[in-house]
Design a protein around this ligand. Sequence first.
Ligand code: GA4
Length: 327
Amino acid sequence: MVVLLQPVTFNSEVYVNPKCKPSPVPVPVIDLTGPDAKTQIVKACEDLGFFKVVNHRVRPDLLTQLEEEANKFFALPLSLKEKAGPPDPFGYGSKRIGRSSDMGWLEYILLNTNHHLSSTKTTAVFQQTHAIFREAVEEYMDEMKRMACKVLEMVEEELSIEPKEKLSKLVKVKESDSCLRMNHYPEKQETPAKEEIGFGEHTDPQLISVLRSNDTEGLQICLKDGSWVAVPPDHSSFFIIVGDTLQVMTNGRFKSVKHRVLTNTKRSRLSMIYFAGPPLTEKIAPMSCLVPKQEDRLYKELTWSQYKSHCYETKLGDYRLGLFEKQ
Ligand code: GA4
């Protein structure tokens, strides 16, 4: 008798979630100092709305220090952390996300980057911690702003966008409505039988987001065919996420990528995301240098303030871009 043995493969990700594809994950890795960086960035923004950045020149010790200080904040007693909450939307929050009923298995700090708008909740975060935390956060915000601008400048060059600095200026100016989020997903005592939502699926409303995490998995992105892929963590690199505003300004050429965080690990996850947003009064519409004819524009014009207010009236997983769509 001949017994034919077939190799058995088992991938826990597939087992846990049949809709989640096993590796290899098709995340483009872009060397910011490389000769083809501009072309690669545009291609990644069109294909996936997501890519990884290496050779970013952010001091590794700044990352270590910020991570240490953030961990110290999250290790404080709840009663102290709650002095900086509930978020308005800035400050300390736990489990509840936004103003609707969205919940996640996390606690977080949301900070505004515009010092003139410094909220009392933001100030309260730093009252619970050493000055070194605030200093590290400020330096990190500057670095993230620099990186976001660099990426947008490369897009401008590759797409020959006019007027000059049309995109990067929106983030560079002091009125830029950007923010920094630190998410702490606590470790689980036991590996849960099924995945739990750390941060539910959504797209980011801003231009682009710059994400960095510790070495704990959890982040997933949604591909164009609707399937989810896990993004392997890499604490020495940054991930760039295309947001809704950039999708509108490129008339849909770039796609804002749906992403989420699942927590099914025994290790805690700490992520920091810089959301590069335009000034509140900025009019957002497809750029005329890319789409000269009105009739070819897929989206109408709205100010960032109007779109942002709309976002806060929605639930995380809602399709918000509909507000921009022409009837
Ligand atoms: C998603 C991106 C950023 O984290 C954020 C989030 C914001 C919040 O947590 O306060 C929102 C969410 C995000 C989009 C829809 C609304 C607003 C929670 C929510 C349900 C800070 C942002 O700008 O938009």
